[in-house]
Design a protein around this ligand. Structure first.
Ligand code: ADP
Ligand SMILES: CCCC(=O)OP(=O)(O)O
Length: 353
């Protein structure tokens, strides 16, 4: 069964073609920042990115009708349980017009649904808004603000299952802390197969290559009312131009570690320090009963970084590194489970709001 997988990021769209769970081809369609800056809103990029995907298909000699399904990264929907969902009109409407956070992942189901033209099923699996948090974790400190579960759920769940398999156990029988270290960073506590607490990768937790993570609130208020920045500029300062980008002008950890000065590398060490602190916090969430700490994402490719994190947290649990991300594989597998009748697709509806 042929599956087309679509995974949009802030400056690229990853596409892949799977025959069952065998990847035939994967390409990262890079979009020039100057091209994307022409659009006021992420959703306005729909046609632009769709054309790029159709160009990829034609270059690879496929037509949309060749596929049994389209598997898309799930965007910022209302809180949902983990699993594979069928994309329908109401989901597309939500992502286009109602979502609370603008994020490139919101484009995936919109583009997939439009490409399918109603002729083939479209699925999302483990969207960014998978929410399994316990009630205590939702309380922020003021009633007007509720903590949200917005994380790299797709890769995190896939990697957690992979490590459980390596341990010869079921994911649902283990306690784990899984940290995804990419352009954004998610650190998550898993109790018996449920992510009971997380740092919202856009707003909380460690600073990352391009995000500030948590900040001292008093100073944020001062910045916000300084008159120097618009709301849009401030948001960009926190998500996109924060973290390493703010200190070093780059989000490329690999480059900094390979060619940076000691002073530049200091900021990577500071990021590692914050990541370790967050992992320690999640170990406390699990009351110290932790079977594995797992480090994944692009930055986990660097063994020195993994060792430095390990030097802080090794006393809490065995540390596993699963470098890179497996989102395309996880999306194909999610759709395949439904196509093969191993799992029923969940139906999303406005009732989830
Ligand atoms: N071998 C490596 N060593 C250190 N950092 C790496 C390596 N490979 C990738 N990275 C870093 O990983 C980050 C991107 O991670 P990735 O998971 O691809 O992010 P995203 O999907 O969020 O864009 C970049 O900062 C990149 O420099
Ligand atoms: C908002 C949580 C998921 C996330 O940060 O994804 P990206 O790193 O792809 O922006």
């Amino acid at each position: 069964m042929l599956i087309l997988v679509i995974n949009p990021g802030s400056t690229s769209t990853k596409v892949a073609i799977f025959d069952d769970d065998k990847k035939l081809v994967q390409r990262t369609l890079r979009h020039d920042v100057s091209e994307l800056e022409k659009f006021n809103d992420i959703m306005e990029q729909e046609d632009f990115r769709k054309k790029e995907i159709l160009k990829f298909l034609s270059e690879e000699d496929y037509k949309v009708e060749d596929f049994s399904a389209i598997a898309c990264r799930g965007g910022i929907l209302p809180p949902l349980e983990s699993g594979t969902y069928r994309v329908d009109e109401s989901m597309v409407d939500y992502l286009k017009n109602k979502t609370k956070v603008k994020h490139a992942s919101n484009l995936a189901a919109v583009i997939g649904y439009s490409l399918s033209n109603g002729k083939i099923p479209v699925f999302i699996t483990d969207p960014v808004s998978v929410d399994e948090m316990i009630d205590e974790a939702r309380v922020s400190g003021i009633p007007e603000i509720e903590r949200l579960s917005l994380v790299h759920a797709l890769n995190i769940k896939a990697v957690a299952r992979e490590v459980a398999e390596q341990l010869g156990k079921k994911y649902e029988d283990l306690n784990m802390v899984v940290a995804h270290l990419g352009g954004g960073i998610s650190v998550t506590a898993h109790r018996k197969g449920k992510m009971i607490d997380v740092n919202n990768a856009n707003d909380e937790g460690p600073f990352s290559p391009e995000r500030t993570g948590e900040l001292p609130v008093g100073d944020v208020v001062k910045l916000a009312f300084s008159g120097k920045y618009s709301k849009k500029e401030l948001k960009k300062m926190f998500v996109g131009r924060g973290g390493l980008v703010a200190y070093l002008g780059t989000n490329d950890v690999k480059k900094v570690l390979e060619t940076g000065t000691d002073k530049e590398k200091f900021y990577v060490d500071a990021m590692i320090y914050q990541i370790a602190k967050e992992i320690g916090g999640m170990c406390a969430v699990l009351k110290g009963k932790v079977d594995a700490i797992v480090i994944t994402g692009g930055i986990a490719n660097n063994q020195n970084v993994v060792e430095k994190i390990k030097s802080y947290v090794f006393k809490f649990a065995p540390v596993f590194s699963v470098p890179g991300e497996f989102e395309m594989e996880a999306l194909a597998k999610g759709a395949l489970r439904v196509l093969k009748g191993k799992e029923e697709a969940k139906i999303w509806g406005e009732k989830n709001e």
